[in-house]
Design a protein around this ligand. Structure first.
Ligand code: ZN
Length: 158
């Protein structure tokens, strides 16, 4: 599995947790690069038992986990989070994320995407204004991206 260096750096910045590259590769390979919870492809990881609850940074305690699920999981264990998901099924389906894209040429772009962009996809679409226009972004021109926040589309789910 080929993991871009910028993404590795990005992850450690995101959660302030250093995960050795060897562990990262091992976990991503074990989980086949799919989020443990929603099964979407991702290159991010999370701790099963989080560090603030005594969890260790070892492959046994690490899971492949997309940014959306990791934010929702918070300080829960994987099992606890699965419980929560069962009770709230489908509310994670319609998340709009606000991201800032940093291009390799030094430019950046802020806008909304419907799911976390993946470096394994050649392109993704980003909505940059209120007029609904979407801009196609070529992933190979992207250095990294920042997740600025997420909101659930539609709001009420009963
Ligand atoms: Zn996920």
């Amino acid at each position: 599995m080929n993991i871009s260096r910028s993404l590795i750096v990005r992850h450690t910045e995101l959660d302030s947790t250093y995960i050795p590259l060897a562990y990262r590769r091992k976990v991503l390979e074990r989980d086949k690069g799919n989020c443990h919870f929603c099964h979407r492809p991702t290159e991010f990881l999370c701790h099963d038992l989080v560090k603030c609850r005594g969890g260790q940074t070892t492959p046994d305690n690490l899971l492949t986990c997309c940014v959306t699920c990791r934010r929702e999981k918070g300080e829960l264990t994987a099992a606890e989070y699965f419980d929560v998901r069962l009770k709230q099924e489908n509310i994670f389906e319609e998340v709009i994320m606000r991201i800032k894209v940093y291009f390799t040429n030094g430019r950046s772009l802020t806008g909304e995407v419907e799911s976390e962009p993946s470096f394994t996809c050649p392109e993704f679409y980003i909505k940059t204004g209120d007029n609904g226009n979407q801009r196609k972004v070529n992933t190979r021109n992207v250095d990294y991206f920042d997740i600025l926040g997420g909101t659930t589309k539609g709001g009420n789910h009963g």
